[in-house]
Write a protein that binds this ligand. Structure first.
Ligand SMILES: Nc1ncnc2c1ncn2[C@@H]1O[C@H](COP(=O)(O)OP(=O)(O)OP(=O)(O)O)[C@@H](O)[C@H]1O
Ligand SMILES: [Mg+2]
Length: 809
């Protein structure tokens, strides 16, 4: 049923009115009000058509959808301000055929479209039912559709009307609603509607799920908050304190109990106050709590009383260590003075020596002798300043440095604090730990040592610091300056045997559940162990070998395979295997171009042979054996000396034009350095060039200058002990080292001959055999190699002393 009519047009902004829908419209635009007035004069009908863009104020025909709703004005209300409100009811669809006038209002020619009731097909039925069903679901989810509306919608029988009414209840955009309005065909309309409803349902479902999730989280927080508030209220009613207050009060009580220095106490109270104001589970709260625990647990004022009894202390020191008289004496001195002036500052000792000589264990006995607590901190590999002084509290997981941690472990302010292996400390971009130690070890400053973490000063002045090092070379001067260095040198074979006998054996027997009756070890056999199975300055390997013997004997004893008897050499081989070391004994026969030197390494003294071979060439010097710069330079100095004295030595004066020299120091893979092999190399060069033999039972050490002066060297004791072990009888030493000879144990001193020299000439005279002129000391085979026989007394300046740079006459 189609009908054409002329109607005033009311353009709508942002809304769309469907047929059968009743709604209020507020009308404000001039043209729209004119259109309403015109309609009111006639049959009250207008065409409602939506604008495509809501923003446009004065639309033209293209801005308006061409299908709208023919509606009847039911009521008109003029509002103050000149606008009007109309109540309007949609009747049917209307299609704009033509715009007739535009002023004073739009007048359009409209073709009316009433829904034509077709005979119900199965398709239509299905679509209708689907739409009803979906609308129900939608209404249930959206909760915005009132129940009575649902009722009326369900009661609608005409499918077209149903679609329009449902669409009017959906939350759709105007353009989407328009597409339903555009669908004049009912089936098409229902299909379009179904699509929209389904989409809306999906969105609502999603919204619901998200809402549910959020609500769950909210509920939990809210519940907690609520419960907490309730608890607070209950606590208040009962006159109780809340959790935070209880905690803070607990801390406050501890502060009064532990007797903190004023400054620390104030700091602690301030932090407690801060803690009280923080939410109990905040991360910051945990940081403050850890900090307070540190403040409260440190021994700010706790000290152990020194029980000073010199005799008892001496007993303890002797019970733990053999020998080491100098160290023991120093400790007893400290105790004596401590007794006289209890307020004195503690000394800072540094034990330097090869491994296994008892540095670490000595520090432990000091603590025992003083009856103080003992803490040990290894500085090996420490490369970060923060390890000494802590991290600032702003860092996550910050803790105090190791010094403060050590004090906590000690539990007193005056422990014996061992800083082990200070020479193994390194520095990198994270700061220099050695500089941080400067403050720790300065008696003038360390009563206010400030750890970055603690932020308040801690008094370290009563702490007895002991350091150990294998060598002092890597230790920075300022640090070295603060400590009293006590050198511990290696032990002689004799001392080692004594240490084993008095200390190590009983310790190891006990550790292995044996007794002296089962495994008696006498000094002879111990000496065999020392000589054949160990090669060290200290006694660590010796202890290990003793432990190995105990272990093996214990196994045999359990297997009933051992009858208690004094261990003999045969047993030793079956327990420990064949001896591992044959001492690098002094060479039996004199040689040309090979001289025994003495070296001092981190692991003690050693003997080394320096070899020189001349080759036809052009005066080049080749040095091998991993020599350091200093050692190379002293070889050069030796060479220059020999060249300058070629005449006296009976060396062809133009030798340096015809000969290359190769100097080698075995063992080739071990790096060597230092000036103390100077005279040894010079002697070897002289021997090689002059073709004179070197005494085989002799060793030497000393630095050489270009002019042939012999300068003193260090590590004398270690070197002499090594020479003794190697069976050397005579040692040439710099005169200036004469005073150090006192350090050498008497038994060694008495069997060796020391020759002190000032000049290189003296060295050569002592070391070089007078060529082939004394064949009784030179083996036949060697003599045959001797080419030059000319000898000239050494030390005798040759006629017209020459400058070094021009060795020829
Ligand atoms: N004079 C001694 N008397 C008794 N036992 C000793 C003596 N010297 C060392 N020892 C023992 O030797 C072992 C090794 O000593 P310690 O660990 O103290 O060596 P160290 O000098 O600290 O070596 P490193 O430089 O390698 O750390 C310990 O069991 C110690 O008891
Ligand atoms: Mg040690």
């Amino acid at each position: 049923m189609r009908k054409e009519l002329k109607l005033p047009l009311l353009p709508l902004r942002g809304i769309l009115v469907f047929p059968y829908m009743i709604s209020h419209l507020d009308v404000g635009r001039e043209r729209s009000m004119a259109a309403i007035e015109e309609a009111m004069l006639g049959d009250k009908k207008v065409l409602l058509a939506s604008q495509k863009e809501m923003e446009i104020d004065s639309p033209v025909s293209e801005d308006i959808y061409s299908i709208g709703t023919v509606a009847e004005i039911k009521q008109l209300l003029k509002l103050p301000g000149g606008t009007m409100r109309v109540l309007i009811e949609g009747i049917c669809r209307g299609k704009i055929l033509e715009y007739l006038t535009e002023e004073p209002y739009f007048s359009v020619l409209v073709e009316e479209h009433q829904d034509i009731e077709k005979a119900s097909t199965l398709d239509l039925e299905a679509l209708t039912r689907g739409a009803i069903h979906q609308f129900e679901e939608y209404a249930k989810l959206s909760k915005k559709v009132p129940n009575e509306t649902i009722g009326t919608v369900l009661a609608i029988e005409e499918p077209g009307r149903l679609a329009d009414i449902v669409a009017s209840h959906l939350n759709l955009k105007v353009s989407e609603k328009q597409s339903i309005l555009d669908a004049v065909d009912i089936e098409q309309r229902l299909e379009q509607l179904t699509e929209f409803v389904m989409r809306e349902i999906e969105i609502l479902e999603l919204e619901r799920r998200i809402g549910l999730r959020v609500r769950k989280q909210m509920e939990k927080a809210q519940k907690e908050y609520y419960l907490r508030e309730q608890m607070k209220a209950i606590q208040k009613e009962l006159g109780e304190k809340d959790e935070r207050q209880v905690e803070a009060d607990g801390y406050r009580e501890k502060v009064t109990q532990v007797k903190l220095p004023k400054e620390v106490e104030q700091k602690a109270l301030k932090e407690i106050e801060r803690l009280e104001k923080m939410p109990p589970s905040s991360a910051e709260g945990t940081v403050v709590r850890t900090y307070l625990d540190w403040l409260l647990v440190l021994p700010w004022s706790k000290v152990t009383r020194d029980k000073i009894n010199l005799n008892k202390a001496e007993e303890i020191l002797n019970a733990d260590h053999y020998g080491l008289e100098k160290v023991k004496e120093r400790i007893l001195e400290f105790l004596a003075i401590r007794k006289l002036t209890p307020k004195m500052k503690s000394p800072i000792l540094c034990f330097v020596g090869p491994p296994g000589v008892g540095k670490t264990s000595l520090a432990k006995s000091i603590a025992r002798a003083l009856d103080r607590k003992f803490v040990r901190m290894s500085l090996g590999g420490v490369r970060d300043e923060a390890e000494i002084r802590g991290h600032r509290r702003t860092y996550i997981g910050a803790l105090p440095g190791r010094i403060i941690q050590g004090m906590r472990t000690a539990g007193t302010r005056n422990p014996v604090f061992l800083l082990d292996e200070i020479d193994k400390m390194t520095s990198d971009f994270r700061g220099d730990p050695a500089s941080a130690l400067l403050e720790v070890l300065d008696p003038e400053q360390n009563n206010t040592f400030t750890d970055h973490y603690l932020e308040v000063p801690f008094d370290l002045s009563q702490t007895f610091f002991v350091m150990t090092a294998n060598t002092l070379d890597p230790v920075p001067r300022p640090l070295l300056d603060r400590m009293e260095v006590i050198s511990l040198s290696g032990y002689t074979e004799d001392e080692k045997v004594k240490i084993a006998n008095n200390f190590l054996i009983s310790k190891q027997l006990k550790a292995h559940g044996l007794t002296e009756d089962i495994l008696p070890l006498n000094e002879d056999i111990l000496l065999k162990v020392v000589q054949g199975y160990t090669r060290e300055s200290g006694v660590r390997n010796l202890e290990r070998e003793v432990a190995a013997i105990c272990r093996k004997v214990a196994t045999r004893w359990v297997k009933k395979d051992w009858s208690p008897h004094q261990l003999n050499e045969e047993d030793l081989e079956s327990l420990l295997g064949v001896p591992r070391y044959y001492f690098q004994m002094a060479k039996k026969n004199p040689e040309i171009g090979a001289v025994t030197g003495l070296a001092y390494t981190e692991v003690g003294g050693d003997v080394l042979t320096i070899e020189v071979t001349p080759l036809p060439g052009k005066g080049n010097l080749t040095l091998t054996g991993k020599l350091g710069d200093v050692m190379k330079e002293s070889a050069q100095a030796g060479w220059t000396f020999v060249r300058a004295h070629a005449y006296e030595l009976g060396i062809a004066e133009d030798f340096y034009e015809k000969v290359d020299l190769h100097i080698h120091v075995p063992e080739g893979a071990i790096p060597k350095d230092g000036p103390s092999a100077g005279i040894t190399m010079a002697t070897a060069i002289a021997s090689a060039l002059a073709k004179r033999f070197v005494r085989s039972d002799l060793a030497m050490t000393g630095e050489i200058t270009l002019r042939g002066n012999v300068l003193p060297i260090g590590g004398l004791k270690e070197k002499v002990l090594a020479a003794h072990r190697a069976g050397i009888k005579v040692i040439i030493l710099p005169e200036k080292n004469r005073k150090d000879i006192e350090e050498i144990p008497k038994p060694v001193r008495s069997v060796m001959e020391f020759q002190f020299v000032n000049r290189m000439e003296e060295v050569l005279e002592l070391a070089l055999l007078p060529g082939a002129s004394s064949p009784e000391s030179v083996p036949e085979a060697v003599i045959r190699n001797v080419i030059s026989t000319r000898t000239i007394p050494l030390g005798e300046p040759r006629p017209g002393d020459h400058p070094i740079s021009s060795p020829t006459v």
